[in-house]
Ligand binder design. Structure first.
Ligand code: SF4
Length: 188
């Protein structure tokens, strides 16, 4: 380990250098100086939009070896002008978090345990429940005989990480099925 020189004491560095207010080089250790930002080593940068809420801040997605390594605010965005809130700044974890859930888990009624399910099984279970609830709560006409042709048994609440195409398909599917409560977190 290199010996510490008293001249390297930050307040002395501050006085000896032009960094009188201690906002730059004077307060930077050699370890910090030696670091290279991830953004400098990226193979390419892709402009995108934060998926978390309806503000739609611009993002720059830094890619290395075909993997997302960093996400920063995009100064070209007329909406956010380079800024991201803490959620948008952390959106790289949407892709890279070690705790990201990647398998389907199901907890049966009154069970304390989660069990993994295959995608096909899960889709069949959802489709069965969707059709049952639709039929059970179907309203063809109101008490005066006026046409309703709707179901009160199903509703949709989308998350803001759904994209335009997903939301379009969800709206189309649920409306065609007769649902009338179709909402999205970004609008709430
Ligand atoms: S979550 Fe934050 S960064 Fe993302 S669009 Fe909304 S305000 Fe912008």
């Amino acid at each position: 380990m290199a010996r510490f020189s008293p001249l390297e004491w930050p307040v002395l560095r501050q006085l000896r250098s032009n960094d009188k207010f201690g906002r730059g080089d004077a307060v930077m250790s050699q370890k910090s100086r030696d670091k290279t930002p991830r953004t400098a080593t990226a193979d390419r940068v892709v402009q995108s939009v934060c998926p978390f809420c309806a503000v739609g801040c611009g993002q720059k997605v830094f890619v290395k070896d075909e993997k997302v390594i960093q996400i920063e605010g995009d100064p070209d965005s007329p909406i956010s002008r380079g800024r991201l809130c803490p959620k948008g700044s952390a959106s790289e974890q949407l892709v890279n978090s070690a705790t990201r859930q990647t398998e389907i888990l199901y907890r049966a009624p009154r069970s304390r345990e989660w069990q993994p399910l295959s995608l096909d099984t899960a889709i069949d279970m959802i489709a069965d429940r969707f059709l049952d609830a639709r039929k059970k709560w179907w309203q063809d006409v109101d008490e005066q005989g006026r046409a309703l042709r709707r179901t009160m048994g199903i509703a949709a609440l989308g998350g803001a990480t759904l994209d335009n195409e997903e939301n379009y398909l969800i709206k189309k599917l649920f409306t065609a099925a007769g649902a009338i409560q179709i909402e999205n977190q970004a609008r709430i």
